[in-house]
Design a protein around this ligand. Structure first.
Ligand code: GSH
Length: 301
């Protein structure tokens, strides 16, 4: 059966509120980060409500209150006067349409926003969406973060999550831990494809950026917002240097992105203890865990 999807603005309210903008987000979620960077770049005044998801502490996304906001239990969700907009690539476009400040807009921008998006199942359409590739590379950090979460929390997660497949995958990540990266495991089998596809996306972007400051030329756009958060995530899983090898335009482009105020205000300022500890765990395991090492070697080979 086709899984239900909710995308873009819906024609009903999920919250009775006078507030123009509310963003339900999570510190760690890459899509939430994209929405936060966009809000800051557009100088929009939004009320931010943090929602813990399993990897950051607890499944607040499964409370009755939040399932009313998003029956699919995912973040981010943007509300405009109480009406929900789902999917982060839709949210940033919507925000810009209603903002008095405009960034650069063109077909080039739309192309790169879409290409950097995470759409549908993360392990599908890797050749289309760099965001999907990035979520495959997030798994080691994700597993590291889950090690600090009590197994009892998974009971609720398994029974209440609307996406049973996702819930059982998370449970496997908890129980098997770094053994999920064993040679021949389902994730090991797709890592080469994710790696080749991400390399192609990056190569295309590196070529495109020749002689340009930003994706649309001299002016910053939503496309830059989109790719900033992908690069940042790769740096968190210690893979940025690998994917940037021989891509000098990308290197200097990311240096420029890191100098934006929004990189500090919407990304670095949200680095919570859970993320910091997850990164330390991952770094330690990279030095000590055979399965994880083989997995990283397969990415880099
Ligand atoms: N395609 C969606 C992705 C939404 C999504 O999968 N969000 C993840 C965090 S990045 C989430 O809410 N996970 C919590 C869970 O499934 O329990 C978007 O772009 O907004």
């Amino acid at each position: 059966m086709q899984k239900p999807t909710l995308s873009g603005l819906q024609d009903y309210k999920v919250l009775d509120t006078e507030e123009e903008w509310i963003l339900y987000h999570n510190n760690f979620s890459v899509c939430s980060r994209k929405a936060r960077v966009c809000i800051d770049e557009l100088n929009i005044k939004a009320q931010l409500k943090h929602v813990h998801i399993m990897e950051t502490k607890d499944c607040e996304n499964l409370t009755k209150k939040f399932l009313k906001i998003n029956p699919l239990a995912t973040v981010p969700v943007l509300l405009h006067f109480g009406m929900p907009i789902y999917e982060s690539h839709e949210q940033i476009t919507y925000l810009e349409n209603y903002s008095s400040k405009k960034l650069s807009q063109s077909e080039t921008v739309s192309h790169w926003v879409k290409k950097g998006s995470l759409i549908g199942e993360p392990d599908k359409n890797l050749e289309k969406y760099a965001g999907n590739c990035i979520s495959i590379f997030t798994v080691p950090l994700f597993v590291s973060m889950l090690q600090n979460i009590s197994i009892f929390k998974y009971i609720k997660y398994l029974f209440k999550h609307p996406d049973r497949f996702r819930a059982s995958k998370f449970l496997a990540f908890k129980i098997l831990a770094y053994r999920v990266f064993k040679k021949g495991s389902p994730i090991f089998k797709i890592i080469k494809s994710a790696s080749n596809n991400l390399n192609n996306h990056f190569k295309e972007l590196d070529d495109h950026l020749e002689g340009k400051s930003w994706i649309d030329g001299d002016n910053f756009s939503l496309a830059d917002v989109t790719w900033m958060v992908l690069f940042h995530r790769l740096s968190e899983v210690f893979l940025l240097d690998h994917f940037f090898e021989d891509k000098n335009n990308l290197k200097s482009y990311f240096d420029r992105l890191k100098k934006r105020d929004s990189y500090q205000t919407a990304l670095l300022n949200y680095e919570s203890d859970e993320i910091r500890i997850g990164k330390l765990n991952l770094e330690f395991e990279l030095d000590n865990n055979k399965n994880l090492n083989q997995y990283y070697e397969a990415i880099k080979s």
